[in-house]
Design a protein around this ligand. Structure first.
Ligand SMILES: [Zn+2]
Length: 255
């Protein structure tokens, strides 16, 4: 498994400062979170590409900009966010993009289905043409989006991914908050291709717990070798991030 840091934690910094902070901590791999970009302008992807090349960091995954559509009128906006994120993923040479369902949990089932079909009907073929795999993230019960447990994710995947081509980004924080860790692991252990690693409320994990051990053992048994992406609350101090990094560097030797 490969340790990585979501640069969303430094989203308040300008891009060069953001990458510098990641490097100061000694990380080599990042998940580029589109939140790090103030406003999505098409040609900005060249700026991102240049900043990453200058930093020497390796972009393992990209977290898409997302909009949890509350009304079908917003579909075009969610499609735009998805496509510009894919352009950015291509520019940063990563072949895996984490997405949310992009639909609000407040929609009725019918409207939800329509919005899912429309959004992913555009994003999926575009991703395919760029050779980028999409990976659906389990959401927190606090999220405005739909997709926090197996039942909801099955509904979403049944509509947008009937052939089972998409991966799963397993967010441990969200799974713990929703008390769904074991159910999600059971259903999707073999499809996981990215992990968002944090305790509840995106607090850093700095010591071993029975849950963490169970989680990593199950993933290991499924043959998982992908990123362990620390995705932490932006209030986390540099010291706490460094502590979590050191903890995982040691722990992951066994996985
Ligand atoms: Zn996450």
């Amino acid at each position: 498994m490969k340790l990585s840091l979501s640069n969303g934690i430094f989203s308040k910094l300008r891009l060069n400062g953001n990458f510098t902070a990641v490097k100061q901590l000694g990380f080599q791999n990042i998940e580029f979170n589109m939140k790090s970009i103030k406003k999505e302008h098409d040609k900005d992807v060249y700026r991102e590409q240049k900043a990453l090349a200058t930093s020497g960091l390796n972009c393992l995954t990209l977290h898409s900009a997302v909009l949890h559509v509350k009304d079908p009128i917003e579909v075009h906006q969610a499609v735009y966010y998805g496509k510009i994120s894919l352009e950015c993923a291509r520019a940063l040479r990563t072949s895996l993009m984490t997405v949310h369902s992009n639909v609000s949990k407040k929609l009725s089932r019918d409207v939800r289905e329509r919005c899912l079909r429309e959004v992913f009907g555009e994003i999926k073929p575009f991703a395919k043409s760029l050779g980028i795999k999409l990976s659906l993230e389990n959401l927190s019960y606090l999220s405005t989006g739909f997709g926090k447990n197996v039942e909801q994710l099955e509904e979403v995947l049944g509509i947008i991914d009937p052939k089972g081509e998409m991966g799963i980004t397993f967010d441990l924080c969200h799974a713990l908050e929703a008390k769904e860790m074991d159910n999600l692991l059971e259903a999707y252990g073999k499809r996981v291709c990215n992990v968002h690693m944090a305790n509840k409320a995106h607090k850093p994990i700095t010591q071993e717990t029975p849950e963490l051990k169970r989680f990593l053992t199950k993933l290991h048994d499924c043959g998982y070798e992908g990123p362990i992406t620390l995705e932490l609350d932006h209030k986390t101090s540099m010291e706490e991030i460094a502590k979590s990094k050191a903890f995982f560097e040691k722990l992951l030797v066994a996985f």
